[in-house]
Design a protein around this ligand. Structure first.
Ligand SMILES: [Zn+2]
Length: 269
């Protein structure tokens, strides 16, 4: 995401999902029902992941991971509430950053990594839900979270790349909701834990410097989540070195593998 100072990052678009969304809001129990089938994850609660795994009663196949490749081909300047019931609104989908050296737009990079991550997670046995699988979509950040919630997923990982006005800034960071978040404070603890595991394994696997865990309560796509959520800023597209690194397929495999390792750590596998 682009941190141009005003926040707007990540947007998504809009399509107000209405019927489905409203129905879901009224019937939370429908959250874990996908295609008419009740998922095993319906027995779980946010943040209980590793505890459940520790009991030895679960395998990777019992967990579903929702992945959102940040941004999309075209930004959507429409607005939506930054959280349930909020009068504060932000852009539905921001344009995202682009590589200073490769010129690769963020939305293309995030989808490439998301697809590789999906393959790795599925090969390890997890269930995976992709918020988007193509670039030419129009899905707002709120809608992305709603889709992740309705998918029956246990955790929600938002994939982004950073940008800065200073080309020397580099490194990866994880954005999670704080314990005083107005909408999802109950998700703060498990989200921080998830963020911590992923950041450590990601940096270890890629060699990218860690910028640490960052509390963010202004992210629409995070505030509408109902499950532990984290947003990874994989590196800086405004830094030529990291831009080139992240846009090499072999490195994307390492990036995805590092994120997957963090997921394993979170669930205790
Ligand atoms: Zn972004």
């Amino acid at each position: 995401m682009r941190r141009t100072g005003r926040m707007i990052f990540c947007l998504a678009m809009a399509v107000v999902l209405s019927a489905g969304g409203s129905l879901w809001m009224l019937k939370p129990e429908a959250k874990n029902t996908v295609n008419g089938t009740v998922q095993a994850s319906s027995l779980k609660r946010e943040g209980a992941g590793s505890k459940i795994a520790a009991k030895g009663a679960k395998s990777r196949g019992d967990f579903k991971i929702a992945l959102d490749a940040g941004h999309q081909r075209y930004a959507n300047s429409g607005t939506e509430p930054v959280g349930p019931g909020s009068s504060v609104k932000k852009m539905k989908v921001a344009g995202g950053a682009s590589g200073t050296a490769t010129k690769t737009p963020e939305y293309k990079l995030t989808l490439k990594v998301a697809k590789k991550l999906k393959k790795i997670l599925m090969a390890r046995g997890y269930q995976v839900y992709m918020v988007r699988s193509t670039n030419n979509v129009n899905i707002s950040n709120k809608q992305r979270a709603v889709r992740a919630n309705k998918s029956g997923a246990d955790i929600y990982i938002r994939i982004h790349a950073d940008a800065s006005a200073s080309s020397s800034v580099r490194g990866a960071s994880m954005l999670y909701p704080s314990a005083s978040n107005a909408y999802v404070k109950r998700l703060s603890k498990p989200s921080k834990k998830l963020s911590d595991y992923i950041l450590k394994s990601y940096c270890k696997k890629t060699g990218i410097k860690s910028r640490g865990l960052i509390k963010r309560d202004d992210l629409t796509g995070t505030n509408w989540s109902k499950i532990p959520v984290t947003l990874i800023e994989m590196g800086f597209l405004s830094n030529a070195s990291e831009d080139r690194f992240m846009n090499k397929s072999a490195n994307q495999e390492k990036m995805a593998s590092g994120i997957a390792d963090g997921v394993d750590d979170y669930f205790g596998f």
